[in-house]
Ligand binder design. Sequence first.
Ligand code: FAD
Length: 325
Amino acid sequence: MKTEAKDLTLNNSLKLRSKALNYYEFNSNEQLNSFFKNSLDYEDLSIVGEGTNSIFPSVFHGTVLRSTNESITEALNSDSTIKVGAGCNWDHLVDECVNNKLFGLENLAGIPGSVGAAPIQNIGAYGKELSQFLTEVEVYDLKEKIFKTLSNEECKFGYRTSIFQLHKEFLITSVTIKLEKVFQPYMAYKDLENKKIDSSKEMVELIRTIRDDKLPDRESFPNVGSFFKNPVLSQNEYDSNEKLHKLTNVWREGVSIKLSAAELIELAGLKGIKINNVGVSLKHALVLTCTGIATQKDLVFMTNLIRERVKNDFDLDIKAEPNFL
Ligand SMILES: Cc1cc2nc3c(=O)[nH]c(=O)nc-3n(C[C@H](O)[C@H](O)[C@H](O)COP(=O)(O)OP(=O)(O)OC[C@H]3O[C@@H](n4cnc5c(N)ncnc54)[C@H](O)[C@@H]3O)c2cc1C
C-alpha cells in the first residue's frame, strides 16, 4: 500500500495552496487494515474529506488519508435504516434518500462535504441536526488499530460539536442513519415559515434555493461556509454584559441565549474588509472568502484579527468553526 505526493489546492474549498507529501485513498476496511500493518503513528496522520470545513496547511508533512467508500446499504432487519460509507457526498445522500422514499434529511440538503465528516461537527441547518438521525458511527481507532462502533450517545453530540473533535484517533469509516417512511416537513424555522411545499423533493429544492441566495457562490468566492460559531451564553453571562444588549439577533434556546456571530462581526465594522486575499464577505459577514493566492497563515491572521476586534468591542470570545489541519 503506497502513498503518493498530491497537490491539494483544488481539494479544499478555500482553494488554499496546499500539498500532501504522502497521500492515501482507501475504499474498504480491508484496505485500511492492511495500510496500518506498517504501524504508522497516528499523530503523523491527517484525515480529510472534501475539505469544505478545513483550513489546509501549505504542506502536510505526515500522511493524509481519505475514504472513497461511497456505498449506501440498507441495514439488516430494517427498511428505514441505512449504513453509508464515509466517502459518500452528503448532498448526494440527501437526494438518494428522498428518491428512495426515506425522509428526514431534507432540511440538511445543500450542506457540502462528505458523510464521514458530518458527525465531526454534528452538521446542522434549518432546525435539524445529524444527531437526530444518526444511530451509530463505525470508526477505525488509529491508536489501538481496531474497528469500533460508537452509539449516538457515545458520540456526545452538541451544537456543532461531538466527541470526534477531541478524539482525533477516530477515523470514521461509515455512518448509520435511521430515517422515516412518511414525509413530514419541518417548517418551524424563521426562513421556512409561510413557505408552501407539496413534496420532499420540493422541500430539498426550497432549502437549496434559500442557501444559494444567502451564501456567496463557492466557485467565485471560495469559502468554508460559516467561519465562526454563534456564541451560546447563560442568561447570567448575557445579563451581566451590557455591551451585548444592543444586539438585535438574540435567541432563547432552552436555558441558554444564542447570539449571531455575523451581527457581532458586522457591528465590529469588519464586513467587507480584505487582507492578503482573505476577506469578510459583503454578502454574509460570517463567511470568509479567498479571492487569490492565500495560505493557512493568511487565514490565521484574519481569524485572530476578527476574534480580537469582537473581544475588544463586546468582551466576548467567538470560536472558529472550521478545523485548522
Ligand atoms: C458553502 C458552505 C456551506 C456550509 N454550510 C453548513 C451548514 O449549513 N451546516 C453545517 O453544519 N456545516 C456547513 N458547512 C461546513 C461543512 O459543509 C461541513 O462541516 C462538512 O461536514 C465538512 O465535510 P468535509 O468532507 O468537507 O470535511 P473536511 O473539511 O474534509 O474535514 C472536516 C474535519 O473532519 C475531519 N474528517 C473528515 N473526514 C473524516 C473521517 N472520515 N473521519 C474522521 N475525521 C474526518 C477532518 O480531519 C477535519 O477535522 C458548510 C460549508 C460550506 C463550504
